[in-house]
Design a protein around this ligand. Structure first.
Ligand SMILES: [Zn+2]
Length: 427
C-alpha cells in the first residue's frame, strides 16, 4: 500500500509530456526592392521592403523607408514578385502518385516506416514549391503518421509546410477501400470504420486525442461496382460535427453525390471535398451556411491521365463534369478554396490546381486568393496567414514574373520563406 502511495506521488510530480521548445528565432530579416501583392490580393505594389522579426512580418513600406534593427540581414528581391505562402487545403502527404504505385498497394503492402520516410521527402518538396501550409486530409492507412510529421516540422527537425492533420479519416462499414476481397478476409481499410453516432463520436474523440487538427468524414463512396452512393447517415455526420465542435475542431466531408453533399452540409461540416454533383440549390445552401467547396480539379485531371487520357485530346466525361461543376460554383458565389488532392499526383506540383482554376474561369487574382486569403479564412487563421501585412506569419514566396497576368509563374518559386526562415533560395 505504502509503495502505491509513493508511486502515485512520483507520478504526480512528473511533468506532463511536453513538446520540446522550438529553437530561438533567427536575426531580423529585411526583404528589399520587391514587388508585393497588396493585402487585399488584387494588385501589385512596386518597390517595397518587408521587415521580418521573430518569424512574423512587422512592417511593409516603400524601399529604404523601414528602420531595420541592428544585425538585420538583407535579401535583395529586385525583379521578383512577393506573394503570401500558398495554402493547400487538400493534401495526402502519406500518398504518392498512383501511376507509381496503385493506391491499394500503398495501403496494403508498403510498410508504415517507408511511407513515413517518403512523406518527409514529400513535405520538403511541398514547402519548396511555395506551399507553406497544408491541410492533410487523411493518412490512408498510415495511422497517425501525419501528426508525427507535423510535429517534426514544428520542432524544425525536418523542413516542411505547417501541417493541419486530419489523421485517419472516418468511413462507414463497407464504404472504403481496399475492397473487392472475399468477405471472409478482414482487410484493413485506408480509414477508421464506424457505424452509428456512438461509434462516430468515439472515433472523433480518439482522433482528437491522437492529435487531429481537423476531422474528415466520407459522406459517400463507390460501395457498389461503378456506383457512388451516400454512406454515413445524417445522424452519424451530425455526431462527428458536434463532437469535433466540442473540441474546437471543424469537419471536412468527402462528398461527390447530391445526397452526400446535402447530408454533410446539413450536419454542419465546414468544407465539401470534390463536390462533383453539387446542384445550384446546394451551392446556395452552402453559401448561406458558410461551407466552402474544395474542387480538387488537379486530381481529376491526374486520374484521367492515368486512365490513358492525354491533355489536348477530347476531355473525358469526368473532366467535363468537373469543369462544369467549377463554372457553376464560381457563378454561385460559394467560397472556393484551393485544394488539389495532391498525393494522387506528385508532391510539389500543387500549383496545378491554381492553373486549372484559371483555365476553368477564375482570374489569376481569384485563384491566388483561393490559395491565400480565402483558404486562411476557411482554416480560421485569417489573422495570421494569407496576407503580406504586419502581424502575419512571414510565410512568403518570391516568383519571377507577374502571377496576376500568368498564374503559371508560381510553379517555380525563386525564394520561399516560412516563418521568416529561408526554405529555398534560387535567385
Ligand atoms: Zn483526398
Amino acid at each position: 500500500m505504502k509503495r502505491l502511495v509513493v508511486l502515485a506521488l512520483l507520478l504526480a510530480s512528473m511533468p506532463a509530456l511536453a513538446a520540446p521548445a522550438a529553437p530561438p528565432a533567427p536575426a531580423p530579416l529585411l526583404l528589399t526592392s520587391a514587388r508585393v501583392l497588396d493585402p487585399a490580393g488584387d494588385r501589385l505594389l512596386d518597390g517595397r521592403d518587408v521587415l521580418i522579426e521573430n518569424g512574423r512580418i512587422t512592417d511593409v513600406g516603400p524601399t529604404g523607408t523601414l528602420p531595420a534593427p541592428a544585425g538585420t540581414r538583407k535579401i535583395d528581391l529586385a525583379g521578383l514578385t512577393l506573394i503570401p505562402g500558398l495554402i493547400e487545403m487538400h493534401s495526402h502527404l502519406l500518398l504518392h502518385p498512383y501511376d507509381e504505385t496503385p493506391w491499394d498497394d500503398q495501403v496494403l503492402k508498403e510498410p508504415l516506416e517507408l511511407r513515413t520516410i517518403r512523406a518527409v521527402v514529400a513535405a520538403k518538396a511541398t514547402l519548396e514549391a511555395g506551399f507553406t501550409t497544408v491541410r492533410d486530409l487523411g493518412t490512408e492507412g498510415a495511422g497517425f503518421a501525419d501528426v508525427a510529421l507535423r510535429d517534426a516540422i514544428t520542432q524544425r527537425m525536418i523542413p516542411g509546410p505547417r501541417v493541419l492533420a486530419a489523421t485517419r479519416a472516418i468511413v462507414a462499414t463497407g464504404s472504403y477501400g481496399p475492397a473487392g476481397f472475399d468477405p471472409r478476409w478482414d482487410i484493413p481499410k485506408g480509414a477508421q470504420v464506424v457505424d452509428g453516432p456512438v461509434e462516430m463520436r468515439k472515433a472523433v474523440r480518439q482522433q482528437i486525442a491522437a492529435g487531429a487538427d481537423w476531422i474528415k468524414v466520407y459522406a459517400d463512396y463507390r460501395r457498389r461496382p461503378g456506383i457512388t452512393t451516400p454512406t454515413l447517415t445524417q445522424e452519424e455526420m451530425a455526431a462527428a460535427v458536434d463532437e469535433a465542435r466540442s473540441a474546437g475542431l471543424l469537419v471536412a466531408a468527402h462528398a461527390y453525390t447530391e445526397e452526400g453533399i446535402r447530408r454533410a452540409v446539413l450536419a454542419g461540416v465546414k468544407t465539401i471535398e470534390h463536390g462533383t454533383s453539387v446542384t445550384d440549390e446546394l451551392l446556395a445552401l452552402m453559401k448561406q451556411k458558410g461551407v466552402a467547396l474544395i474542387p480538387t480539379l488537379a486530381a481529376t485531371e491526374a486520374v484521367s491521365r492515368y486512365a490513358g487520357w492525354k491533355p489536348g485530346e477530347p476531355e473525358p466525361q469526368r473532366v467535363k463534369e468537373t469543369r462544369e461543376m467549377f463554372a457553376r460554383a464560381l457563378k454561385s458565389g460559394v467560397t472556393l478554396a484551393n485544394g488539389s488532392d495532391v498525393g494522387v499526383f506528385a508532391h510539389g506540383k500543387n500549383a496545378r490546381e491554381l492553373e486549372l482554376m484559371v483555365a476553368y474561369g477564375m482570374s489569376p487574382a481569384q485563384a491566388l486568393r483561393a490559395a491565400t486569403i480565402t483558404a486562411a479564412a476557411v482554416l480560421r487563421k485569417d489573422q495570421e496567414l494569407g496576407r503580406i501585412a504586419p502581424g502575419y506569419f512571414a510565410d512568403l514566396v518570391a516568383v519571377k514574373g507577374n502571377p496576376l497576368a500568368d498564374i503559371a509563374v508560381i510553379e517555380q518559386p525563386a525564394v520561399v520563406l516560412k516563418e521568416g526562415q529561408i526554405a529555398l533560395d534560387r535567385r
